[in-house]
Design a protein around this ligand. Sequence first.
Ligand SMILES: Cc1cc2nc3c(=O)[nH]c(=O)nc-3n(C[C@H](O)[C@H](O)[C@H](O)COP(=O)(O)OP(=O)(O)OC[C@H]3O[C@@H](n4cnc5c(N)ncnc54)[C@H](O)[C@@H]3O)c2cc1C
Length: 435
Amino acid sequence: MNIPDSSLTRIVIIGAGFGGLKLARYLNKKDNQVVLIDKNNYHTFQPLLYQVATAGLEPDSIAHAIRTLFKNEKNFHFRIADVETIDTAKNTIHTNIGDLSFDKLIVATGSTTNFYGNEEIERNAMSMKTIPEALDLRSLILQNLEKALLTDDLKERKELMNFVIVGGGPTGVELAGALGELKNHVLHNDYPDLDIRIMNVHLVQSGDRLLPGFSDKASAKAEKYLRDMDVHLWLNTRVLNYDGQFVDTNVKDLYANTLIWAAGVKGDLIYGFPKDAIVDNRLKVNQFNQVEGFEHIFAIGDVACMVSEEYPHGHPMVAQPAIQQGLRLAKNLNNLSRSKPMKEFKYSDKGAMATIGRNKAVADLGKYSFSGWFAWMIWIFVHLVSLVGFRNKMVALVNWVTQYFSYNKSVRLIIRPYHGKAKEQPVMKDVEPES
Ligand SMILES: Cc1cc2nc3c(=O)[nH]c(=O)nc-3n(C[C@H](O)[C@H](O)[C@H](O)COP(=O)(O)OP(=O)(O)OC[C@H]3O[C@@H](n4cnc5c(N)ncnc54)[C@H](O)[C@@H]3O)c2cc1C
């Protein structure tokens, strides 16, 4: 991998997501050689993927080139690589571009879509975890409308214009709202010769309310907003199968060419850890983020499961635990290199937010629950502050201000047509732990 030999402690970080990036930025690079590895040369701001998928933002404004964040930093190295296995006995990682030894390793690989073992759904559903997937979805939505315009078969047209979203968490709710806005305010201008009233957005949720984890007030408000936008809500409904056309549920049969799976994630594990170190598809860590059984291997963010009395199933798989763990671990590793003790991680819950559309958002902040314009402004402010890079903040702001006045989601482009999932694409890449 062409990393220079050094007498410093080599700290290897796998993943430049919210957690890995925070850690890499705050690690002391005088005492340590820091190597950051990611599959991509950019950081993805996942909370706004749905806006890319629904033509609200261009992909560049939610991605940030990793190298630009570490310009001229000494003892820092970045490599684009896919880490395939970890040899915990030899302290070495194996990647598609070569092997690398480490003194300390941090796994910050985030999570991947969880299809709960249903290979047929995995083969036929769209997921939205990466920028290429969001772009595929954008293309598919627009391609379907173009096809609907050409067919004389009403059943086929309806199926092309039916969009089923599975999962009533923040991702599903935000996506349903954005598709509802496209239908109600944008598409009739683009397709005057297509009856856009035929288009239907269905949101399927297995529980009895949307936004589990949010307050009752926020979830009731989100439900009202979506119903007002003509989104069909199917609560207490489970999708059992999907063959690319027929959506089999326990309540209502639906037919749709597009099903978007937003019903769960699981830790993006790498081969090489013993069984004891894995719990619920995540790496089991202690309060210092050390992986069970290892003093020098750590995990942070979505892939890490830190069980405590308050969080018996680990922290929620959202950005804040990853960011806070990244920062705490940076301080702890800096302490260690100066022979100072580490401090336990304590999560500070900053609340939860979801936006459904223009002036329509819900926000639970501490014991207060907001909705409407004020919550929407909070949502915009928080996302602008959190986006990485000044240019991205400005582009997003300009887009949102323009859309506020014109309702126009201007990135309705099929740059790279979507032709379905590649046949040879492996499904169900699950990590078999070592026994
Ligand atoms: C559509 C969507 C919407 C979301 N909305 C919100 C929201 O509104 N609010 C919120 O707080 N959270 C939201 N989240 C969740 C949030 O994005 C995650 O919790 C957060 O990204 C986790 O951070 P992380 O550092 O653990 O991992 P990530 O940010 O996922 O980063 C993991 C990194 O590891 C890299 N990687 C993975 N495997 C390998 C490998 N083998 N080799 C090399 N590199 C690898 C990946 O390329 C990636 O860059 C959303 C997630 C999605 C998908």
